[in-house]
Ligand binder design. Structure first.
Ligand SMILES: Nc1ncnc2c1ncn2[C@@H]1O[C@H](COP(=O)(O)OP(=O)(O)OP(=O)(O)O)[C@@H](O)[C@H]1O
Ligand SMILES: [Mg+2]
Length: 374
């Protein structure tokens, strides 16, 4: 055998590397010594929201704000003639708003001072990680709810009934105690009823107009708990209907809006604002744990507030039941959101820092042939 590493014959028609590069799912761009674009692939066009033709005459500085860490990275690549990686960069501009982007820069030997940049959206990987966490949380709650409802309800109605009987016969001075027993039994009953929702099987799903859901929640909120908060709506009007259960989706969004309003009210800050967002996220397709199929969940519904952010120390278990920072909170709101979104085959992303907290739900489309049957 003549030299060479391959035992099998090489592919008959070699692939043009340019074609492969163009098809790469992550944005790839090459810059010349003056930071002008000399190559962009399709994913980069999509990322910057601009076509390759338009990018031809532009430099990276036309799209990314001055002082952005990307320029430091590019300078480092040129100076050291080495590969430089930076994680968790945010890109904001008139046409783009992305966070959690990792950038790798490498020298381009063919072009003097040329730099090749590869961008990677790590938020999807992190979302998958979180998806596993919140699915587990939803499962925990479901099991616990069934157990609680079963074990607590019967003896509780016995206790309540007995207290009521006693009430009629005890001395006036002791009546206060029997009333206390009755009221506390009622309080537990309410909690158990709230928990019982978790044990329910996923209900009927159909085509739901998510904008009507958001409108409904906004009206509820503005006429009640969020009357002092300004609402901003950033909708994609062409968004197709969600495959879901309308009442459950109302419940999920309401819980998110309620949390946002509570965070804003507690902080008592001026300019309190809740933004409701819908968007189509192309390529939001995630493998479900243990599943063969990939769920196509491109419809994004987000609730953002400009409050103080999630308190330190609870983000890890945020979707678990009974996790709360509020004196009167039961910590069931987000657990229920997790359960509803899991029942819909969707996923949740959460991002929080002071001044900006955003919960994003990704949901399947109605009439989507590629959506797994559930
Ligand atoms: N938008 C937000 N901004 C700041 N903190 C938040 C936000 N959303 C949730 N949290 C934090 O997450 C915790 C859990 O929220 P969750 O809705 O599960 O329970 P809760 O609001 O405390 O009680 P419940 O919803 O049962 O009344 C909250 O106590 C709060 O600390
Ligand atoms: Mg809540």
């Amino acid at each position: 055998m003549s030299g060479g590493l391959f035992r099998s014959p090489p592919p008959r028609r070699a692939l043009d590397p340019g074609v492969a590069m163009a098809a790469l799912p992550m944005p790839v761009l090459a810059l010349d010594a003056h930071d002008r674009f000399v190559f962009v692939n399709h994913a980069a066009e999509y990322f910057f929201g601009i076509s390759a033709g338009q990018l031809g005459g532009l430099a990276i500085g036309d799209l990314v704000r001055p002082g952005h860490p990307l320029f430091g990275l590019i300078a480092e690549v040129r100076q050291g003639n080495l590969i430089v990686v930076q994680h968790d960069l945010a890109f904001e501009g008139p046409r783009l708003a992305r966070e959690g982007i990792s950038v790798q820069g490498a020298p381009l030997p063919e072009i003097a001072d040329g730099v090749l940049l590869v961008l990677q959206d790590t938020s999807a990987a992190r979302a998958l990680d979180r998806q596993l966490t919140f699915r587990k949380a939803a499962q925990n709650v479901t099991n616990m709810a069934a157990m609680l409802a079963h074990e607590v309800k019967n003896p509780l109605s016995g206790i309540r009934g007995a207290a009521q009987l006693l009430e009629a016969s005890v001395a006036e001075a002791d009546r206060e105690l029997t009333v206390l027993i009755r009221d506390e039994a009622d309080r537990i009953r309410t909690l158990v009823d709230r928990m019982e929702v978790f044990g329910e099987k996923p209900s009927e799903r159909g085509a739901v107009n998510i904008h009507r859901v958001l409108e409904h929640v906004r009206r509820l909120a503005q006429s009640g708990f969020a009357s002092s908060v300004r609402f901003v709506e950033t909708y994609d009007p062409s968004l197709p209907p969600v495959l879901g259960n309308r009442d459950q989706l109302v419940q999920a969004v309401l819980n998110l809006v309620k949390n946002a309003a509570e965070a804003l009210t507690e902080a008592a800050m001026a300019g309190a604002e809740i933004t409701l967002i819908t968007a189509y996220r192309h390529g939001m397709r995630l493998a479900t744990p243990g599943g063969e199929q990939r769920a196509h969940v491109p419809l994004m519904v987000a609730v953002r507030d400009n409050g103080p952010g999630i308190p330190d120390g609870i983000t890890q278990n945020l979707f678990d039941p009974f996790i709360t920072s509020k004196a009167a909170g039961s910590g069931l709101g987000l657990a229920l959101v997790a359960k509803i979104v899991a029942d819909h085959g969707g996923l949740i992303e959460m991002e929080s820092r002071p001044g900006r907290t955003e919960f994003r739900l990704f949901l399947p489309m109605a009439n989507d042939d590629s959506a797994p049957a559930r």
